[in-house]
Design a protein around this ligand. Structure first.
Ligand SMILES: *Cc1c(COP(=O)(O)O)cnc(C)c1O
Length: 390
């Protein structure tokens, strides 16, 4: 791949051109080629082109990994088959001692799949988890134990849109020699760079805003820790949950328009959140862009904007069911971050792995709906929600 002749700091340019120009120097093709290739010929014994087998390194995946690293201001980027694969790989870096589990403090209000991975899988292998409302730093402080090695946060949280202070988290966990992992799926590097705020590892479900079109799954990790660079590569290569060349290409293609899409998601999200708030059947709207959001000021300090994610309580469970049945432009489907507006019912979908008491304590009840506002005409989205709310 060709190199940038001029350095730039603007994310719009990096989104389009990647870590280095994504054109192919051999042919001039302006889109990085899909190296749909399992293995690579060696010129001779002990000689290599830098590529040998695609589970380890693939040129299309490398282009994405380098681009992710640049966008998240990190040194090392790794691409996985899914966001869950990325999260799992990072947690694998921590090895429980014989009698001492690895203690991980986690945002209680987070992606349900992460809860399942931790609680149903890692809990069996010498890990223990404390689920905390991380938007209150004093609750984190109270949960830290001598064997706490990882603080794992999502900010804004999923689906209640609570904002956690990344810098404070970094300070608290670093003081005891631990690591801060931030799932940055909701804001993307366009709006937030956790590594700049002190995080050690940033994770993305690339499936969401980065790829952006609801047409592929992907996971990414970016970090700057040289000590962990090789071990993490090794997890990726050994477990084999690597991103395929085609899916790497789709994700790179999605990233090219990230800046444009995030601006539109933000603008539409603001309009939809405002309209919902005025609706008589809506009890409460959770949106980080409202001036009366409890952590509105913090969002300004650590982020540069708001995504298209809006959660809301309807007044009656029946209203929730009716909305899901009657929406037509807005699609009743799991996931978020794509160009299409999607509505989900966290109770039954993204968060159904979470035990009821914990779910309810976090606010995920049978009247909660979560919207991922797409890039359609905002008046059309609002009209569809209004007719569905009836
Ligand atoms: C979707 C999602 C994940 C999991 O990503 P997959 O690509 O679906 O495996 C993790 N974290 C957040 C915040 C998500 O929204």
């Amino acid at each position: 791949m060709g190199n940038f002749s001029e350095k730039t700091n603007s994310i719009e340019t990096y989104c389009v051109h990647g870590a280095c120009h994504l054109f192919d120097p051999a042919t001039g093709a302006v889109s990085v080629p899909i190296y749909q290739c399992a293995t690579f010929r060696h010129p001779g014994l002990g000689e290599s082109t830098g590529f040998d087998y695609s589970r380890g390194v693939n040129p299309t995946r490398s282009a994405l990994e380098e681009t992710a690293a640049v966008l998240e201001h990190g040194k090392h980027g790794l691409a996985f088959a899914t966001g869950m694969g990325a999260i799992s790989a990072v947690i694998k870096l921590f090895v429980p001692a014989k009698d001492v589990p690895v203690h991980v403090v986690v945002s209680e209000d987070l992606y349900g799949g992460t809860y399942r991975l931790f609680n149903e899988y890692y809990a069996k292998y010498g890990f223990e988890f404390s689920w905390i409302d991380t938007s209150h730093p004093e609750k984190i402080a109270a949960a830290l134990k001598p064997n706490t090695q990882v603080l794992f946060i999502e900010t804004p949280s999923n689906p209640m849109m609570k904002v956690t202070d990344v810098g404070k988290c970094a300070e608290m966990i670093h003081r005891r020699g631990g690591f801060l992992v931030v799932d940055n799926t909701f804001l993307t590097p366009y709006f937030q760079n956790p590594l700049d705020l002190g995080a050690d590892f940033v994770i993305h479900s690339g499936t969401k805003y980065l790829a952006g079109h609801n047409d592929t799954l992907a996971g990414l990790v970016v970090h700057s820790n040289d000590e962990y660079a090789e071990p993490l590569r090794n997890v990726q290569k050994s477990e084999g949950a690597t991103l395929s060349p085609f899916d790497s290409w789709l994700t790179l293609r999605g990233i090219k328009t990230l800046a444009l899409r995030m601006e539109k998601h933000q603008a539409n999200g603001k309009l939809v959140a405002g309209a919902l708030r005025k609706h008589p059947k809506v009890e409460k709207v959770f949106y980080t862009g409202f001036e009366d959001h409890p952590q509105y000021a913090l969002s300004f300090v650590q982020a540069r904007g708001h995504s298209g994610l809006v959660s809301f309580y309807v007044k009656d469970k029946k209203d929730a069911e009716r909305v899901l049945k009657k929406v037509s432009l807005v699609l009743f489907a799991e996931s978020l971050g794509g160009v299409e507006s999607l509505i989900t019912y966290p109770l039954a979908q993204t968060h159904n792995a979470i035990p009821e008491a914990m779910r309810l304590a976090a606010g995920v009840n049978d009247r909660l709906l979560r919207l991922s506002v797409g890039i359609e005409n905002p008046a059309d989205i609002i009209a569809d929600l209004e007719q569905a709310l009836g």
